[in-house]
Design a binder for this molecule. Structure first.
Ligand code: ADP
Ligand code: MG
Length: 350
C-alpha cells in the first residue's frame, strides 16, 4: 500500500508557502542554535523506511527542537515494535509463535498480545474476512516470484485457515496456535498498530498537532495552521489521479488496494489480499479506504472490507460508531457510508 496516500500540500492555494513549508530537520536544528524558538508553529517533517514501507511524520509545533526529538522517539518506538512483530525476522516473537504451532502456549510480550487480541476481535466482527491465520496458506502465493499455487495445494491448506485456532490467554500472557500447520501473519494490522504507538509517543511528549503516515496507514491529530490535516484517496487504476480528498480531525485513515502489490498472468491480476474463505486473492473490491478512531482498527477493517465487498462492508461499518468506508469495485463503482461525506472536501467524482 506504500505511497497510495499522500498528504496533500498543494490543494489549498496557500499551501507550500511561508510558514506552511515543511522545515528540513537538519536545517531547523542549525537554525535553533542561532535563534530562539519562534512562537509561530512550523512544520517539522521526517521520513524514514520502517516496517517495509516509507513512513512520514510531520509535526506542527513552535519548538522545532522538541518536535524533532519527539519524532526521533516515535521512530525508535517503531524500530522496537518491528523487532518484536516482524514476521520476516527469525528472532521476532511472532516467528517464535509460528514455530511453536501445535505445541502449546507460548509466553509473549504485551505488544504482540495486544495486536493478536485486537486481530481476533476484528475477525469475529467481520465473520472471518479479516483473519491472521490467512498466513497458513499465504506462503503459497508470492507476488515477488509470481507464484500461483496448484488447486491441490490450496485444497490441502484451506481447512487450516481459522482464527479460532489462535488462543490468547490474557492472564498468562500467552498465545497458542492449535494445529501444527497454523501460522499467523499480521501484515494487515501491524503497521496500523505501529502508527498508533508512534502517535502515542508524540502525544506523551506534549505534541498535539501531527500526522503519522505509515505508507498510507495514517493518523492525524490536532491541526495544521488552524485547518485539519488532509489526505488523498488514490485512484486505483490511474496512478496520477486521486478519487477524493479528506480532512481529518483526530482520526485514522487507511487504504487497502489491489494496485500496488500484484502481478498479472493470463490477464488475471493476482494481489496480496487473500480471501480466507478461498485462500485466493479477494475479488469483491479493488480499493477500500476506512476512517476510524484508531489506526489499528482502520488497518484491519480496510483489509476485511476489501474481502467482503460493498454490501457486507457497508452493513458492518454502519453498525460501528466512528467507522466510515469508501469502497471501489472492479467496475469502478464507488460505494460509501453516508458519514464519509463529512470528511470529503474535494470529491473528483462529481
Ligand atoms: P498493505 O499491505 O498494502 O498495507 P493491507 O493492510 O490490506 O495492505 O494488508 C495486506 C497484507 O495483510 C497482506 O500482505 C498479508 O500479509 C495480510 N493479509 C492478506 N489477506 C488477509 C486477510 N484476509 N486477513 C488478514 N490479513 C491478511
Ligand atoms: Mg489493512
Amino acid at each position: 500500500m506504500a505511497l497510495i496516500v499522500l498528504v496533500v500540500w498543494a490543494l489549498g492555494s496557500s499551501a507550500c508557502h511561508g510558514p506552511d513549508e515543511p522545515v528540513d530537520r537538519e536545517a531547523s536544528k542549525a537554525a535553533q542554535t542561532s535563534q530562539h524558538s519562534s512562537p509561530q508553529p512550523q512544520i517539522v517533517a521526517v521520513d524514514a523506511v520502517k516496517m517495509g514501507t516509507r513512513f512520514d511524520i510531520q509535526v506542527a509545533h513552535h519548538d522545532q527542537a522538541a518536535a524533532a526529538s519527539a519524532i526521533d522517539a516515535a521512530y525508535e518506538e517503531i524500530d522496537r515494535l518491528e523487532e518484536l512483530l516482524s514476521e520476516w525476522r527469525e528472532d521476532s516473537q511472532i516467528s517464535e509463535v509460528n514455530r511453536q504451532a501445535g505445541q502449546g502456549p507460548l509466553s509473549v510480550g504485551p505488544e504482540l498480545l495486544e495486536v493478536v487480541t485486537r486481530a481476533l476481535e476484528l475477525s469475529q466482527l467481520t465473520d472471518g474476512a479479516f483473519d491472521i491465520t490467512f498466513a497458513t496458506c499465504g506462503h503459497l502465493w508470492s507476488v515477488g516470484q509470481q507464484r500461483i499455487p496448484s488447486e491441490q495445494e490450496i485444497a490441502d491448506c484451506l481447512p487450516h485457515i481459522d482464527y479460532r485456532n489462535v488462543v490468547v490467554d490474557q492472564e498468562e500472557s500467552t498465545i497458542e496456535l492449535i494445529g501444527e500447520r497454523t501460522r499467523i501473519g499480521i501484515g494487515a494490522i501491524g503497521k496500523g498498530y505501529g502508527v498508533d504507538r508512534a502517535a502515542q509517543v508524540l502525544s506523551d511528549r506534549g505534541i498535539d498537532d501531527f500526522i503519522v503516515d505509515g505508507g498510507g496507514d495514517l493518523r492525524a491529530s490536532g491541526q495544521r495552521f488552524g485547518r485539519p490535516w488532509r489526505a488523498a484517496i488514490a485512484h486505483p487504476r490511474s496512478p496520477d489521479e486521486f478519487l477524493a480528498v479528506v480532512e481529518l480531525w483526530d482520526r485514522s485513515f487507511v487504504t487497502s488496494g489491489d494496485y500496488e502489490r500484484y502481478f498479472e498472468s493470463d490477464g488475471v491480476r493476482y494481489h496480496h489480499i487473500i480471501d480466507p474463505a478461498t485462500a485466493r486473492p479477494a475479488r469483491a473490491s479493488i480499493a477500500t479506504t476506512v476512517i476510524a478512531d484508531d489506526t489499528t482498527t482502520a488497518d484491519a477493517l480496510s483489509t476485511a472490507f476489501f474481502v467482503l465487498g460493498p454490501t457486507e462492508a457497508l452493513a458492518i461499518a454502519g453498525d460501528l460508531p466512528g467507522v466510515e468506508v469508501l469502497l471501489v469495485t472492479a467496475d469502478m463503482e464507488v460505494h460509501q457510508t453516508p458519514g464519509m461525506e463529512n470528511y470529503l472536501i474535494d470529491d473528483r467524482r462529481r
